[in-house]
Design a protein around this ligand. Structure first.
Ligand SMILES: [Zn+2]
Length: 262
């Protein structure tokens, strides 16, 4: 007679074999439920990953019921078609897919109810999924397991990103399940840390403009001195997002590709 006190996990994680500086140890694909299974973020279009996800779904006698996608980047969406092929599972995401999801919409399969929340900033089509019953947030690339998130060099991206963080800060969470990296067990502290990090970067950008006009690339050289050079283009996108916010707020001015303090 044996017994175990370990409860079955509320969800399963399958990490794709696509590690990189942008994807950390790879994209996390999440499986919710055991019968009518929901997949969150199919992952990259890699046959080995698709096979591993199918294996996990069917090993327990389950069926793929629904595919949810946090955003349309290839490392999250890529495997959706291959995973859906031959079955009846719908692919649902923001602004595209079989039946576009609305902000605040609740989807339910196999007793699992998830609420989709529109959270742009990293991408214009970004959703997170809140599983209120388990107090889990599937955060996509809004919040990562380690490090911080790259922003789009798009006017308004930073303001949208900050609003998205403030939105999820109001949820009652025990766990954040990110698109990349390990599970986060201290959601409130992590979200507060992300907001503080963006304020810190804004201060650094302003400081970099204190003496002279600089290009975004020069600002990266000043404030990201320890960064792997392969990540400089991504850092420059984030700096541009900060500069656009500062210009809009009248705290920086742009002349050509150079920025200065007013
Ligand atoms: Zn990603």
């Amino acid at each position: 007679m044996t017994s175990t006190s370990v409860p079955p996990p509320a969800f399963r994680t399958i990490t794709a074999a696509n590690p990189s500086p942008h994807t950390l140890n790879g994209t996390n694909t999440y499986l919710l439920g055991r019968g009518r299974v929901i997949v969150i973020d199919p992952g990259p279009d890699d046959p080995a990953h698709v096979g591993a996800v199918f294996e996990q779904i069917t090993a327990g006698g389950g069926d793929l019921a629904l595919i949810l996608v946090t955003h349309g980047h290839a490392d999250h969406l890529g495997a959706a078609r291959a995973l859906a092929a031959g079955g009846s599972a719908r692919i649902r995401r923001w602004g595209a897919g079989d039946e576009p999801l609305a902000d605040g919409e609740t989807v339910e399969e196999g007793g699992v109810a998830l609420r989709a929340l529109y959270t742009p900033g990293h991408a214009t089509d970004h959703l997170v999924f809140h599983w209120a019953a388990e107090r889990v947030l599937f955060s996509g690339d809004l919040i990562l397991g380690t490090g911080t998130v790259v922003l789009q060099p798009r006017d308004g991206a930073l303001e949208e990103y900050l609003a998205s963080l403030e939105l999820v800060a109001r949820l009652d969470l025990a766990t954040i399940a990110p698109g990349h990296g390990p599970l986060i067990g201290d959601p409130a502290a992590r979200i507060a840390g992300y907001l503080a990090h963006r304020r810190m970067r804004e201060g650094q950008v302003l400081d970099a403009l204190a003496g002279e006009a600089r290009t975004p690339g020069e600002i990266v050289g000043v404030i990201y001195q320890d960064l792997d050079p392969s990540l400089h283009p991504a850092a420059e996108n984030t700096v541009r997002a900060h500069l656009m916010k500062l210009v809009r707020e009248g705290r920086a001015r742009r002349e050509g590709n150079r920025y200065h303090r007013p």
